[in-house]
Design a protein around this ligand. Sequence first.
Ligand SMILES: [Zn+2]
Length: 1007
Amino acid sequence: MAAIKHRRTALERVEKFISDTYFTDCNLRGRLFGDRCPLASLSYFQTPRRIPYEEAVVQEFGPAQVGQSFGPTWETCWFKVELSIPSAWAGREVHFVWESDGEGMVWRDAQPVQGLTKEGEKTSYILTRSLKESEPHSLTLYVELACNGLFGAGKGSMIAPPDPDRRVTLSKAELVVFNRDVYELLVDLEILLDMAQLLGEENQRSFQALYTANQMVNVCDVMDPSTFPATRDLAAAIFSQRNGESQHTVHAMGHCHIDSAWLWPYEETIRKCARSWVTVVQLMEHNPELTFACSQAQQFEWVRRSYPGLYARIQDFVAKGQFIPVGGTWVEMDGNLPSGESMVRQFLQGQRFFQEQFGRICSEFWLPDTFGYSAQLPQLMHGCGIQRFLTQKLSWNLVNSFPHHTFFWEGIDGSQVLTHFPPGDSYGMHGRVEEVLKTVKNNKDKGRVNHSAFLFGFGDGGGGPTQKMLDRMKRMSDTDGLPRVQISTPDQLFSVLEKESSQLCTWVGELFLELHNGTYTTQAQIKKGNRECEQILHDVEVLSTLAVAQDKEFQYPASQLQQLWRLLLLNQFHDVLPGSCIQLVVEDALQYYTGEQGAWLAGPSRVGASPAWWGCRGSNPGTQSTLVLNTLSWERTEVISRPGPNGKETLGMSDLGVALVSEFLTEGETANREMLCLFLPWGRALLTVPFSIANGCANQFALFDDVPLYWDAWDVMDYHLETRKPVTTMLKPLEVTLAGGLRGSVRFSLKVGKSSTLTQEIILDAMCPYLRFQTQVEWKEAHKFLKVEFPVNVRSTSATYEIQFGHLQRPTHWNTSWDWARFEVWAHKWLDLSEHGFGVALLNNCKYGASVHRNILSLSLLRAPKSPDSTADIGLHQFTYAVMPHQGSFQEAGVIQQAYSLNFPLHVVPASCAPCPAWSAFSVSSPAIVLETVKQAEDRPEAVVVRLYEAHGSTVTAWLQTSLPVKKAICDLLERPVGWGLSLEKQGLRLSFTPFRVLSVLLVLSC
Ligand SMILES: [Zn+2]
């Protein structure tokens, strides 16, 4: 019978029919569960450690009750659950329901079987889909409950420091009958209601959905399941009305972003992976169409080690093409701060792991949640077998809306990768109508491509997809008015995008995130550890490789190096290296760094050919000389400290790539005639000869208020610039500590803020083109930002910043919103402001935050955020930066080499061998080429990999000379031999470079 239907009352009628708040005594939702039955028994024991199942189940379990609370934070409770299913439930679907605000894992027969996390909408473990006589009605389960939530245990807000005394409550633990037919009707009605509401009054499809839903309520008698099939038929009829050919296709893929550490420590992440992935595998067993894209080799490795049974199931689903390894990297690393070589190792360790474990490398780079993307990444991806990239983080831009969702991204060398941002601007979709509509509506490349990605599943803290998400999307597979939603794979998506790519636009240069710019500075110790360990691993690899060439007995420490690299790569995770993690994570990260340094540099258990190993070489005990090891590929003349008879410093002359040197100039022979350093009485240094670089206040410290809008450790906002206060309170006046000759230095101390102190030694060495600022800060601030500024007499509209294997320019003005949104940027070892013929570079040994506005170069030194780590950066800091005025361009002046020298100091060790001639292993004929890496090839002890890059931004041919006995070859970044062989000529290997090209050469030793 036709009846008048008021849109609002019809909508609300359907809402109330499926409401979990109103009318549950008589509505459909109230019928979702049938009979209930308490557990036969529940007991538990508690431990501060994360222990394996075998250890847990043999403990003594005491009584536990529903309603009881457990804690404190980070403890674990193991529950023994005895249950007995009433035989009256024959033929019914029976669930074990477990509701708690802690993260749970169900164990059955000594295997993990499902994660139970209320926040991740997983509170049921299905015991049987239809209870049979023959099934065991009584069984024992264990539930491992972590006393933390999906997002840790923040006190008051998610990113607040964890509450150490938080307790989790077990609010429900029972058996229930689950009415599957009611559930299916509920999902039908939810989708129809969403269509009715979201398609809007102007859309006739909206009314079709609404009237269908209304009719379903008419037909459905909630107390009489025999009415359900007819009700469902009404829904099926509208869902099966198809789209036209032109409709957009949404490629849905299961996903579960798990931060490798963030608001919880690394150790908890291992369990998060297991909880999330076992649930995925469980879902796959009942939904053979489900796909799941999963990144981070490290997480696979954790699960492989700790959950071998689960890992075997995962391997099966990888083989079936459902569980899909993506990304190719060891972890989803920060996209800005890791060095070029670290980036290569992320891929090398990741891709080799995926190849070894799953028989193939990944073909998509996957970094949905990282705070900006280096312009060198496209080339590194190409070199590692990847030409496709997925992220979405630029949707977080505060100022400018990124103009594309599907485009070619071109790096500084010209390499291009096909890049896709899921247009729904999320990697944690729930399969809702609203989200698929947003995916279509928001797509910035309408008319260019008609396919897009849709990553569904709870994320960040793990969780992953649910059955309900899948069931929603099944109904939207091809329903007129909604985009087509097909369960897909990254390969299927990118393959169709590649086919449609002719109209795509190209974005050149970095993908800069206009947010989270404080992460270049926060947790300075983590950043320092990263830079130091990158240097240490570089040096160990160089020295160990050359040791192998020198000494057949020497064992290259391949497995130790792999282990150390993996720890360093892990710490580059996108909430660890950026410093956006809790204190527990900071402690772990620093521990990993210290372990690395301790492991090789000192002690009997040193890894590799340490400088001390080289010093012990030789056959003439008794004689004393000094060994200078240079791990860079150019000649260096530097003042070094040599413990002499009178403890005096001596000027070392180190010539070659890697050299044993025993000749020293004595003090006074060489003086720095290039520069004169004047020290002003209040502690600022001013270089005056031969260049005037400053307007009278170089090396000016400035303190800013630093209170962002929400993301404390992450964000420094534009308005902080309005709060600048110069640091001028002198604690100790300037004193001359070394009067000159080989080295001149002065020292002074300043008061910073309320109670912090800064002591600085300013050092100028003979022959050294830069002035070094060795700095120590006792930092006790809250919400302050310390920078050091160098105003210079240079006029240029752009400044240059070092990035991975190259550099790029950014504007020094704030003309457009794209310019001023970059008020705080990142750089690696140097930045430079030059005009024709002259410029000034600012070098550093562990800092990343920087900016150049107008003529002022600023280096960001320390922040003091309070969330998620209230102790962040409080304490003692030591760092060095340097200012280098130069004639000509920064390329001609050797800024790049000097920044390397500052970061890779010469190793000076006493040697027991007689003075021997200097020995050089490698040299490169062009100053434009940096030989970055010398290492043993993976799995090939007879081969050496050298990695070089063009650093000036020029096309150049260079000769690589080596004294090692080699045959030759060439390879890509994964060390796979590709292309052609290179002939070894008299001058060495002839190598051709285009701007910023990275080249890896595999040298097979001929001996
Ligand atoms: Zn993340």
